[in-house]
Design a protein. Structure first.
Length: 164
């Protein structure tokens, strides 16, 4: 009943990959992984991948910019976490650095302040050091740089103290 799947031909793999890329942005690393999973050899994989790039189905620069915008806007991730995820997808350091410039510095800090303000409401304020550490860990887990996180934590904790 369960027959082993036949590997795809390069033409079939190209058509399937092109359809995937037409639905949503894909990185060359993601598509390379799919092509290998579909049973293509390394020369066929390189050929299909170069065809997809030539025809505009794959563009790592476009992918990186879209990824940065989405992860910052919808997930609330900082630059460190975004860059790490892009490196995991095989995007070059130059493209990552360029794509991260899409984030506006004022929006970046405001997003972190908003996230920290929400977190501050659930932190136990009895021990100031523990509260500070909890806030810094939270900012780090979201991928924000330590220096910016420290400034924003200081700002959020002062605002909270003034409101009481």
């Amino acid at each position: 009943m369960n027959r082993p799947k036949q590997p795809l031909t390069p033409d079939q793999a190209f058509n399937r990959a092109a359809a995937m890329c037409a639905r949503c942005e894909q990185s060359s690393g993601d598509i390379r992984g799919k092509l290998v999973k579909w049973g293509l050899g390394s020369s066929d994989t390189d050929q299909v991948l170069s065809q997809l790039i030539e025809q505009g189905f794959i563009n790592d620069e476009r992918y990186a910019r879209a990824f940065v915008k989405d992860k910052f806007a919808f997930n609330g991730w900082g630059r460190v976490k975004i860059a790490y995820q892009l490196r995991q997808k095989g995007i070059s350091t130059e493209l990552i650095t360029d794509a991260l410039t899409v984030i506006d510095e004022d929006q970046y800090r405001q997003r972190l302040i908003d996230l920290l303000s929400a977190k501050w409401r659930s932190v136990n304020h009895n021990d100031a050091r523990a509260a500070w550490a909890a806030m810094m860990r939270f900012a780090a887990s979201r991928g924000f740089e330590t220096a910016i996180a420290a400034q924003c934590v200081k700002l959020v904790t002062r605002l909270d103290a003034e409101e009481d």
